[in-house]
Design a protein around this ligand. Structure first.
Ligand SMILES: [Zn+2]
Ligand SMILES: [Zn+2]
Length: 105
């Protein structure tokens, strides 16, 4: 008895497809579990940021909260021009670089 080529092909296709679906389902479940685990882990290890006291920002280090800096062009050191602080753009506070503004890390 010689099996029909089409039947054989169909059977292998079904096996491959079945395996693919199983793999896909397994990886989806694994990814979901991993994501849930990492989320739980992240919440567990979240430490309040001590640099900004959990605010996510602190007084600008460049202008020290003045919102402006005294800038003088090198060619004329007598002329001092107060200008808006480039770090905080006049907001007097800058985003905490330790926690990236999240308040914890
Ligand atoms: Zn500033
Ligand atoms: Zn911080």
């Amino acid at each position: 008895m010689i099996p029909k080529p089409v039947g054989l092909l169909g059977a292998s296709a079904a096996i491959i497809f079945g395996g693919f679906v199983t793999l896909n389902l397994a990886s989806t479940l694994t990814l979901g579990a991993l994501r849930a685990a990492s989320e739980a882990e992240r919440k567990k290890v979240a430490v309040p940021c001590g640099v900004c006291k959990e605010k996510g920002f602190y007084i600008c280090k460049l202008c020290k909260g003045d919102a402006t800096i005294k800038w003088s062009p090198l060619f004329d050191p007598v002329y001092v021009n107060p200008c808006v602080c480039p770090t905080c753009e006049g907001n007097r506070v800058q985003r905490c670089l330790n926690c990236l503004g999240k308040g914890f890390h």
